[in-house]
Design a protein around this ligand. Structure first.
Ligand SMILES: NC(=O)c1ccc[n+]([C@@H]2O[C@H](COP(=O)([O-])OP(=O)(O)OC[C@H]3O[C@@H](n4cnc5c(N)ncnc54)[C@H](OP(=O)(O)O)[C@@H]3O)[C@@H](O)[C@H]2O)c1
Length: 306
């Protein structure tokens, strides 16, 4: 498994991270099997959130697994998130502190390796975030900090007030959902793909040395399920199948290889709860897509080059 440096920190993480959001994770036994497979595959990075899995139990299940299976303890870097509440977002000092304390308690941890603010909060006050981050760092409760779903302006605003570098920004990204790439290709055009939805985020993060983590790497959208075998994407599935055969891997591995081929050194997060699906994905590291193949996949999801 490839290891990458996260942002400007000295943290070396597996390039493929394991996400714990899916509601199919209901029992500690399911999570234990998944974590054992991840360890076997040399993955060392877990993406949690205070609200993940069925009834928000992901962190609790993780704590349970670590208590039951000492051989898994201290093998993973743990990232978690706070800020999404029922019906509103909350980046206040009080919420950040309370959420981290609860996460630590649930996972039986003394330190969270990386804490992310989960969504941009319209009522965000950077001074409050700075106060919370300073306290969490001073008390040894969080080592590093980052954000999710934020544009360069929002990152700059927070960074101006906090004393720790933001090392990660987690964004939705896949062959099908790639507005960050579309707008870089369709510059100055009237096509819908030219709409700049993120403030040139990929270029910004590369300039600043911030790692982009990609979520929903196999999803067609929020509610449409995966684009694999999805009849709304016949051409994409045809190309995925041809390349899967060429490289002797699954279509999922080809879809992941598309993200890995991007020079921004993206850290994709897998959301599968299935150990065998996870293993299939890791074969994306066994080959590199050629430039024409990368573009062919990009175009087969319903785009034309300008
Ligand atoms: N920051 C944010 O706002 C945000 C938002 C969403 C997600 N995330 C993070 O990103 C992670 C991944 O998101 P995601 O779950 O949407 O990612 P994903 O990897 O695109 O989707 C995983 C889903 O696809 C299914 N799937 C179907 N065929 C598959 C195959 N061949 N291989 C692998 N999976 C297959 C999986 O089912 P099986 O389990 O049956 O394989 C699972 O339900 C989450 O766990 C979370 O950590 C962050």
């Amino acid at each position: 498994m490839n290891k990458i440096q996260l942002g400007t920190s000295n943290v070396m993480a597996s390039q493929l991270a394991l996400g714990m959001m899916r509601s199919s994770l209901k029992e500690a036994s399911d999570m234990r099997l998944l974590l054992e497979k991840a360890l076997e595959l040399d993955m060392n990075f877990i993406d949690h959130a205070d609200i993940y899995a069925w009834k928000n139990v992901a962190e609790e299940l993780y704590g349970q697994v670590m208590a039951e299976a000492p051989h898994l303890r201290d093998k993973f870097l743990v990232q978690t998130k706070c800020g999404i509440c029922s019906g509103y977002y909350d980046s206040s000092y009080q919420h950040i502190i309370e959420s981290v304390n609860t996460s630590l308690e649930r996972m039986h941890l003394e330190t969270i390796d990386l804490l992310l603010l989960h969504r941009p909060d319209a009522l965000l006050e950077p001074e409050e975030i700075a106060k919370a981050f300073d306290e969490l760092e001073r008390d040894g409760k969080v080592k590093y900090f980052g954000v999710c779903n934020m544009n360069p302006g929002q990152i700059k605003l927070i960074q101006k007030y906090i004393s720790q570098p933001l090392i990660v920004n987690q964004m939705q990204m896949s062959i099908v959902h790639a507005p960050m790439i579309d707008s870089e290709i369709y510059v100055n055009m009237t096509d819908d793909h030219a709409v700049m939805r993120d403030g040139s985020l990929l270029d910004y993060t590369r300039t600043q040395g911030i790692t982009v983590q990609a979520w929903s790497i196999l999803q067609a959208g929020w509610k449409q399920g995966t684009f694999l075998e999805n009849e709304a994407y016949p051409q994409l599935n045809q190309v995925l199948a041809r390349l899967a055969e060429k490289y002797n891997v699954t279509k999922s591995a080809v879809a992941l290889a598309w993200l890995l081929r991007h020079p921004a050194r993206i850290q994709p997060i897998s959301g599968t709860a299935s150990p065998s699906h996870l293993e299939e994905l890791t074969h994306a590291f066994d080959f590199t897509l050629t430039r024409p193949e990368w573009y062919e996949l990009y175009l087969s999801a319903g785009r034309e080059l300008p």
